[in-house]
Ligand binder design. Sequence first.
Ligand SMILES: [Zn+2]
Length: 592
Amino acid sequence: MTLLLDASEAARGIMASHITIPAKPGAFTIVYPKWIPGEHGPTGPLNDLTQLRISANGRDLAWRRDKIDLYAFHVDVPAGADSITVDFTVLLNAPGDTMATRNLAIVNWNRDLLYQSDINSHQYFVKPSIILPHGWSYGTALPGPRKSGDRMDFDTVALNMFVDSPLDMGRYYKHVLLWQNGNAAQWLDAFADKPQDLEFPAKEVAAYKRMTPQALALYGSRHWNEYHALLTLSDAIGFQGIEHHQSSDNRAPDDFMTNPKQQVAGGDLITHEFSHSWNGKYRRPDDLTTLNFQIPQQTDLLWVYEGMNQYLGDVLKFRTGIGDPKTYPEYLAAVYAELDNEPGRMTTPIIDTTTGAPYFYVARGQYSSLRRTAGDFYSEGHLIWLAADLTIREQTGSRKSLDDFEHLFTQPALTGPITKTYTRAEVEQTLNEVAPYDWHGFFERYVYEVSPHPPYDDIERAGWRLVYNAKPNDFIDADNAEEHSLDYWYSLGVHLTSEGVVHDVRKGSPAWNAGLADGAKIVAVNDQQFDPDALEFAVKSAQHSRSPIALLASVNGWYGTYALNYHGGLRYPHLVRISGRPDTLSKIVAPH
Ligand SMILES: [Zn+2]
């Protein structure tokens, strides 16, 4: 098939797809991609496909949508035709899903594609082309680019590789060569809404240049030829990361590269997606690997695909210096405390959050700490794989680590972008080759069964202990600054916005016991009009008083008073050193 995407009007939020698909006379079905790799769910944005026209031999054909599978369209191909032509308009922007601004756009080809149903996307080929907005640059891992005016033509590639090779483009751009060795290279292709956001500090660029050397040391292998870290810097588009085999689709706020605070809160964005080239793209769960984009993906092993990758992406963030390695224990304290204080974990094991991932990713609404979230198998994955790393180190007298597992798991040392599937049994067997241990029982305990606490003993054996005190946690602070929120989760038991709107109440906490509801807006604290300082003052003062903290809050126009019996002061998590024990955490995040 061929696909020409006219993206010349991307800045107004539309593109036009022009596709030719080989076909035989008779009944013929084309489909719109539904299960999107990297999004782990049936998220193909069907409502963005508009103005569909199908023709053959220059004459329009009547088409009908399937009554059951709304992603499928049926036509009758006339005698004498050997292909059909498909044209449609792609809408790029919807609330919470912005793909184009005045100055840049993200091309996820699955949005621009209709293809023959029931084909094997690994053995079905497409020749892609795009017409760029005049004067814009682009970045993509698609091979063989040839330019002719504003039009780019690329080599013919397998359909799965095509969908796996997004393209970013924009008026203001910066292409940074991060690493090169012979024909192999890693690029950072950045596109910004505002040109000043491309003035990257030299220190930042130097840290990002350490990504490939550190990843090669971690994995001992490479399965890409030319890797493009695509990056949009746009408040309108927001924060998102989607992994691909030889590229990643990274989306961050305007000042992501220029404001050091952004790197504290989100500096694992690109390292996480880059690490997926090995873990998720080269090695992929067997039941997550499908022949085409209509077949449901089974997501149960995301505790390896995403969970292990959350750990490794974070480790790379610190080993490269994108994050300060000295801050790792503080980060770990924030991750651990959040999961250890999540009531939903008392009923719902991690395996349910991965198996139900397509639903958890889009779940919205109140009391997410009772439901649990898709984020849980990422952050708890970090803790579980840290525990696995520490267990390997302990079992082998510090001679081996999870790095040795990665070397075995991602061998041979060099291939192109192919996929090797795995099962849980293979993961456990490979771990056993590195360090004999009851790995099956380990994952049963922390992944497959209800686990009242995330793994903790290993953190103590690594020389650190979790404490709570009044000193703010740097990472929680950075998140709060980014999200304009306040964190009283470990004291009163509420998350709230800096405007006082409650976003979740921890079951069993003083706020819960006082009857406070998710969604309430706190308007007064101890009779003072609410503001962040008034609330902080009230929590501090209550330490020296027996009176409850009195909140006045409104829900849907009704006011209520709430008496919070809490006298423990401000409370935030930290890790502190256990004297006399070696500090293994520092070793883990030191550059390799
Ligand atoms: Zn990921």
